[in-house]
Design a protein around this ligand. Sequence first.
Ligand code: OGA
Ligand code: NI
Length: 373
Amino acid sequence: MDVCTNGSQLDYDRVKELQAFDATKAGVKGLVDLGTKAIPRIFIRPPEELVQELSTPCVKLEVPVINFEGIDRSKDRYNEVVEQVLDASENWGFFQVVNHGISSEVLDKMLQGIRSFFEQDDEVKKNFYSRDMTKQVKYMSNYDLYNSRAANWRDTLAVDTYKIDYLDPNELPEICRDAMLDYFNQVLKLSDVLLELLSMGLGLEPNYLKETECTKGWASINHYYPACPAPKLTLGTCKHTDPAFLTILLQDQIGGLQVLHKNQWVDVQPIPGALVINIGDILQIISNDKLKSVNHRVTANQVGPRISSAFFLKGISSSSKLYGPIKELLSEKKNPAIYREFTLDAFYAHFFSRPLDDAGFEYLKIQNHGDGM
Ligand code: OGA
Ligand code: NI
């Protein structure tokens, strides 16, 4: 029997099958296009996970939906929204925003652009296929393919300015270039609004979080989730928290994104024109656990493709800054630092050395926290 238990245990059959899949450069979409009816075993979740799934309930709750309308005109509205954003970030780590100022036209064009990238001529698409970490623009299936216990049912087009904070528009795939440039431009403006609201919520100066330089480097991670013939056996994206300050997610109307809230999976229902916002690991750390970076995942689906675009505020690699709990939020007795300081390079190096569902940031916890002096 070919049983692969974890990434650190070499299983040559599995590695060979992963390599064969990787070498096609056609991704999961390539398998579906071939008419694959049974999903290859590299995608099948470990048996203990499939069993555990049966005992994790899904409940009908709704992630908070926040209306940004009028926050630039009325002080009362602004303060109200600061409270809503803070409350959602503390209790859910997730919320949806409507009337955020980005037009539906820009959003739809972005989703359509991503879809056309994946559905264009295979030979053009394959030129972008790469696992080179230094490449700013690349397409691949499962960035953690060789580390993961089970591959996920999705392909990804990544644009990442963390290492080189200048983006040459000509590097973007022509088929979605204009759509991406319009979207990036708008989503960066919305990022500033969100960071200001979060700074205010934390009781900091309005520009505090922006000054962490978290918007200087970002990644646009664009997913294509093909229809899956066996959605119960695999996942679109396995359970994880986001290695970033903040994520702004654009999803189409198919659904499948779920948030782990009080140990239950809650669907993030698609709302036309809305964006999903979630707190990333770094905001949880620097807020000393006040804001929550919450586990989420995407189920595989019999229907598809599903398209989504995650915009991560990452900060920049060239920064020598040390990040850690914000001093203004700490007090020696009531709220001592829970995490030690780290550089972004060390943080992302750790993340990329792990499988997505086993990365996290526990390792940054100060060991003897709570043990007294
Ligand atoms: C991610 C993510 C969710 C989605 O890229 O980190 O959680 O809906 N994506 O694709
Ligand atoms: Ni995520």
